[in-house]
Design a protein around this ligand. Structure first.
Ligand code: CS2
Length: 483
């Protein structure tokens, strides 16, 4: 079987030999390869070779082992129903596995050619309490980085160590750009970095605060995990085995706060929106797209439906999603350029794309980290106005039901979440829905004390959870209109 590599790939539209490493990406999973990397690739192809990427994995060697034999090359497979488009991406020059040699990564991030450090480390990678934004000082990796940065363990720790070296070398800081789905991602990253820096050297923290740049971003592209079937299908089509391939929908959007510490590509030329106000974009995307996604994932997962498109194929599920969007939309202050009605219609079509095979269980992961910005925030906003939250509360109830670890047919699954032990502990021995709701609402990393005491909200969630437990997710959706 022929493996994709520089020797077997067709010609790229640029000479890889002259490409420099201008970007270090922390957390090089499928999302980076399908979202930011194609933009840097386009910049290189347009004649600016400064924007090659070295990716780093902060935990496992999986991506390095996929990409190293392929000289960093991989195919972006863009799927829209029956249409499929292939794009070879050559921007990734190398992949480092941080724990194997943390110093090598720090040294690279401290080099003069590197101007931007991007991150997709998922919500939990920022080591911040999702509800309060405080650094999780009890986390062993955070504690280690607070003790010493000789061999950093966390993404913010690596950034602090590299910025310290840049400062000592008389270099400007790089721009540190979070590309994760967390609200105010730039400010959160900055908070985590400054908290760790201040522990080591107050003057370093001051220098970062004065000269560093942590732009806020909104990132959007549906990028389901690659399956073995995807790799086989691509092989059947191209005759080459590409273990680093990623698949995505055609839609892609990247909104970046125009705040950089140094050079950047001509982002606007490659479809990226630069703006002074990212928050309204981010809030709309988190509450509409991601809020619906999580709710679909838990309800669909409980009903034994594997993929998102299978859920939105059900008219009752669509009705529920529309109701959820009605509720969420009323909490938004959308940017003038965003036509919310058109956005909603396009979103439903994106969810319905049958070629993506986006697994509900993938989206169900890490719910404790996702719920606050996706569902809890719009619920808090509505309840502050005394408004009902029927649909949003069903999303929360479905998440609660999901924590039990068995679907409606009794099939067991692993609750993949950093707080799984906490939710399991709170639910232990309970079977009354009202008790279960009370127990889970008291987790203040997810919910606010006000919500836990809001009798309307508590009653609505309890009603939904009772029905989910007694009749299952499909029946609950079926009954949606009459609830
Ligand atoms: C999804 C997101 O897995 C999830 O939680 O909701 O990854 C979603 O696909 C992206 O945010 C789309 O931009």
């Amino acid at each position: 079987m022929t493996r994709l590599s520089a020797a077997t790939a067709g010609a790229l539209p640029y000479d890889r030999a002259v490409v420099k490493t201008g970007v270090v990406h922390l957390g090089i999973g499928a999302f980076h390869r399908a979202h930011q990397a194609p933009v840097f690739d386009a910049a290189i192809a347009a004649g600016d070779p400064r924007w090659g990427i070295v990716g780093a994995s902060l935990r496992s060697a999986g991506v390095r082992d996929q990409l190293a034999p392929q000289d960093g090359l991989y195919t972006l497979v863009i799927r829209d129903g029956a249409d499929e488009r292939l794009q070879m991406i050559g921007a990734v020059r190398d992949v480092l596995v941080a724990p194997e040699d943390p110093a090598v990564l720090v040294e690279l991030m401290a080099s003069a050619d590197v101007h931007i450090v991007t991150l997709t480390v998922t919500e939990k990678g920022y080591k911040l309490d999702p509800a309060t934004g405080r650094l999780l000082t009890d986390d062993p990796d955070v504690a280690a980085d607070l003790e010493s940065l000789a061999a950093p363990r966390t993404a913010p720790g690596f950034i602090v160590a590299a910025l310290a070296r840049r400062r000592a070398a008389g270099l400007a800081p790089f721009t540190a750009m979070s590309c994760d789905n967390i609200p105010h991602n730039g400010a959160r990253l900055r908070d985590a970095v400054l908290a760790i820096a201040a522990q080591h050297d107050r003057t370093l923290a001051d220098w970062i605060a004065a000269h560093g740049a942590f732009p806020q971003t909104m990132i959007d592209r549906i990028v389901p995990a690659t399956s073995l079937d995807d790799i086989i299908a691509l092989h059947d089509r191209t005759g080459q085995c590409d273990q680093g391939m990623v698949k995505a929908e055609p839609f892609t959007q990247w909104v970046i706060e125009d705040r950089f510490a140094g050079p950047r590509p001509d982002f606007a030329a490659f479809g990226v929106q630069l703006t002074s106000a990212v928050a309204p974009w981010e809030e709309a995307k988190l509450r509409l797209l991601n809020g619906a996604h999580s709710s679909i994932a838990y309800l669909g997962g409980l009903a034994g439906i594997d993929h998102v498109d299978g859920v939105v194929a059900l008219p009752e599920a669509r009705a529920f999603v529309e109701a959820l969007w009605d509720e969420a939309e009323a909490t938004l202050n959308p940017p003038a350029e965003l036509d919310v009605a058109a956005y909603r219609a396009a979103l439903m079509a994106r969810f319905a794309n049958p070629a993506l095979q986006h697994r509900n269980r993938q989206i169900a992961m890490d719910g404790s980290q996702k719920l606050p910005q996706r569902l809890v925030a719009p619920i808090v906003a509505r309840r502050a106005e005394g408004l009902p939250v029927d649909a949003l509360a069903l999303g929360v109830a479905a998440w609660m039901r999901w924590q039990i670890g068995r679907d409606d047919a009794g099939r067991a699954y692993v609750v993949d979440d950093p707080l799984a032990a906490v939710t399991a502990d709170r639910l232990a021995g309970l079977d009354d829905p009202a008790d279960m709701v009370r127990a889970l609402l008291s987790i203040d990393a997810i919910f606010t004390p006000d919500l836990a005491n809001d009798t309307v909200f508590v009653a609505t969630v309890t009603r939904h959870l009772s029905r989910l437990l007694s009749e299952g997710a499909l029946a609950t959706l079926n009954a949606w209109k009459s609830i």
